[in-house]
Design a binder for this molecule. Structure first.
Ligand SMILES: *Cc1c(COP(=O)(O)O)cnc(C)c1O
Length: 442
């Protein structure tokens, strides 16, 4: 008879609050040993840990699913990749190769798109802060300028004078779509007539012409109906402006904000139940256009979807470095990735998967990051078996916003790799080093 391996006995405090009508926390281990056929242990061995991993196969699946939902219902639809959601060059290139133009919200992002070979006419320039010099370059290069505020309108008139031409611009509009808090910080308000008045100002000035109307009603929108409301209001403004000023509005742009399959904190149901499908969003928007359209030509429809096209294609591999026992008996693991790399951990509970099955009882555990900061918590309460140093945990979905908001704070920002459709991985961002971090310091 072979000797059984010794397992340390444990006493677990019963946490009544955890077992609610929604069930108790997961008792079974969630395992992920590979991503698109590539072993996570090989990825860590080859590229180090922590490591962001992106799946090109998943990006393309998400893109085609959403694009088909719209293009099967509407004849003229164009996606613009939201750079701020993830502007790693190779990720942007995947989207551009799929047919997306670029959507940027700063001069930095504008320059990034230009450096990737995107022409001005294929860049949508959004955002509340467009420095004059950069705004002028974007105008000269034929970018789609979405006016945010009245000073910017003045700037554009001045640029029109300097260039001696009329400029075609679009306007950003915010509105009540039944979702609260309402995003009223960006663009001109619909209900209080500021949007209409701004357009009137443009035509009174005689230097600007309106050719598009844009709104981006929020992010992680769980109600497709909000997009129906937004579309109706945009189409109303379009008709009014066309009638009053004789202009032709070529396009409408419904922005982004479609939810990804992230698990919002405090929401108990699975994202599969709570999150509208691509068809739900597409149906809401395209039906409203057909219903409202009075002109003989349908407007071109732009979408600036970010998170719904990348979130589930991104993983963060992180490794166990240390552990301790907290005064309340809970086990605390120290991982090499924390809130420095997971800005969105404030709002979402990630899927946390182990590289393999571990023996032993699950115990209530907390996952902490590597920062010397009390707030560096990735997961407060998770049932985990005893983990060894070097255990790889895969966190997902983390493709949206986490890389672009990753901080060089206390530790270097890690490398990122892309797994292509043949299952080959390659580095798309090297780990920072002292030179990149100190670059340009005196
Ligand atoms: C951030 C942003 C987007 C993308 O939003 P998601 O929620 O990632 O889809 C689109 N348009 C504008 C103007 C934005 O600011």
């Amino acid at each position: 008879m072979s000797k059984q391996t010794y397992l340390k006995p444990t006493i677990n405090k019963v946490e009544f609050a955890m077992a609610s009508k929604y069930g108790s926390p997961l008792k079974t281990q969630k395992i992920r040993s590979e991503i698109d056929g590539v072993k996570v242990s090989d990825l860590v061995e080859q590229y180090g840990s922590p490591l962001f991993v992106f799946s090109q196969t998943k990006i393309e699946e998400l893109y085609h699913n959403l694009y088909n939902a719209f293009s099967s219902r509407y004849p003229d639809v164009q996606f613009g990749w939201s750079y701020k959601t993830n502007y790693l060059n190779e990720i942007c290139k995947v989207f551009h190769n799929l047919g997306s133009i670029a959507e940027v919200v700063s001069e930095f992002e504008y320059q990034k798109a230009r450096a990737l070979g995107i022409e001005g006419k294929d860049i949508i320039f959004n955002g509340p802060y467009k420095p004059y010099k950069d705004l002028k370059i974007a105008v000269q290069e034929g970018a789609k300028i979405h006016v945010d505020n009245l000073f910017e309108l003045n700037d554009l008139e001045k640029i029109a004078d300097e260039l001696g031409t009329k400029i075609k611009v679009a306007i950003r509009v915010n509105m009540d779509t039944g979702i609260y808090p309402q995003w009223s910080r960006f663009g001109f308000n619909f209900e209080n007539e500021e949007a209409y008045e701004a357009v009137k100002r443009m035509y009174d000035g005689g230097k600007l012409e309106l050719n598009g109307i844009h709104s981006h009603i929020g992010t992680f929108m769980l109600d497709a109906n909000a997009y129906k409301m937004a579309t109706i209001k945009i189409m109303q403004l379009k008709e009014r402006v066309e009638n009053d000023f004789g202009s032709i509005i070529d396009y409408i742009d419904l922005g982004g904000g479609f939810a990804s399959k992230s698990h919002l904190k405090g929401v108990y149901q699975s994202p599969d139940v709570t999150i509208p499908t691509a068809d739900d969003y597409a149906e809401a928007i395209t039906n409203a256009i057909y219903e409202m359209n009075k002109s003989d030509k349908l407007p071109k429809l732009y979408l600036e979807t970010g998170r719904a096209l990348i979130d589930e294609a991104g993983y963060l591999l992180t490794s166990v470095h240390g552990y301790k026992r907290f005064p309340d008996g809970k086990k605390g693991y120290i991982l090499n990735a924390g809130v420095n790399l997971l800005y969105t951990s404030t709002w979402y509970n990630f899927n946390i998967e182990l590289d393999k099955r571990y023996d032993g009882e699950n115990e209530p555990s907390m996952l902490n990051g590597p920062l010397c900061m009390n707030i560096d918590i990735i997961e407060e309460n998770i049932m985990l078996p005893a983990l060894d140093r070097g255990t790889i945990l895969t966190l997902s979905p983390v493709g949206a916003y986490n890389y672009t908001q990753a901080m060089q704070f206390i530790r270097y920002r890690p490398a990122a790799v892309l797994i292509d459709k043949e299952g080959k991985s390659r580095v798309i961002k090297e780990i920072d080093d002292l030179d990149t971090v100190n670059y340009k310091e005196v």
